[in-house]
Ligand binder design. Sequence first.
Ligand SMILES: Nc1ncnc2c1ncn2[C@@H]1O[C@H](COP(=O)(O)OP(=O)(O)OP(=O)(O)O)[C@@H](O)[C@H]1O
Length: 264
Amino acid sequence: MASSEDLVVDLDSVGVVRTGSHLLHDLTWKVELDERWVVLGPNGAGKTTLLSIAAARLYPSTGTAHVLGERLGRTDVNELRTRIGIASAALAERIPGEERVVDVVMTASWGVVGRWRERYEAMDEVRARALLEQFGVAGLADRAYGTLSEGERKRVQIARALMTDPELLLLDEPAAGLDLGAREDLVGRLAELAYDPDAPALVLVTHHVEEIPPGFTHALLLRDGAVVAQGLIGDTVTGENLSKTFDVPLTLERAGSRFAARAA
Ligand SMILES: Nc1ncnc2c1ncn2[C@@H]1O[C@H](COP(=O)(O)OP(=O)(O)OP(=O)(O)O)[C@@H](O)[C@H]1O
């Protein structure tokens, strides 16, 4: 079955089974080009599994998954993966501590461009430094990555994920481990990205409604591998839906385009 061109992610009744457990169950989800999605859910809900499918790194056991119009399992995933940017703790762990920050960002494109190496290197470096500037860490470009704070590293990881000018950007818990100031700074920068009409489709995974950047348009709430609710953010991120998702009575406050939740 073909997927509409405007659909960046198109999952139809997707299930993922591993060693007898259902990690995802009958999940249907469609992400359009101009949408910015937040995926919320407790530990073990299946958020990272879902992101792995959207990243074309995991195929569903049942159902069909199209990413950027290509059906997983029937396409060259190496070519497809160059069109997807991802920032996650698992990828970050593989960055060598001694690597120069600008190289951490630049090397994201090296898998894509094999020819005219030297020419591309100069262009790559200009782009890498501009992305570091966009995330407020241009001053760290020549430092060793291992010397950066957690908040600085997160920003570098997102700059790296954007290096190939992806059509889809996946962010797995980008604010995890950040102090309040660093979180707010990152939320502000992600809001700028969300409001940028030229930015890729965005999917951000988090446990915390406080980390939802303004400008995000849609939400998917997951629990035990199944969808609790999905749709426009204002309709979906509600106290009732969050209580079902996290299995604890919660009240939700909304101030402008920011959310805060606490036990009811
Ligand atoms: N290969 C596997 N075999 C069996 N179970 C697995 C496997 N990989 C993951 N799981 C389980 O699947 C469930 C969903 O995992 P996943 O990492 O997608 O959740 P998550 O929502 O991202 O959780 P967290 O918020 O803690 O990161 C978890 O219970 C996990 O233990």
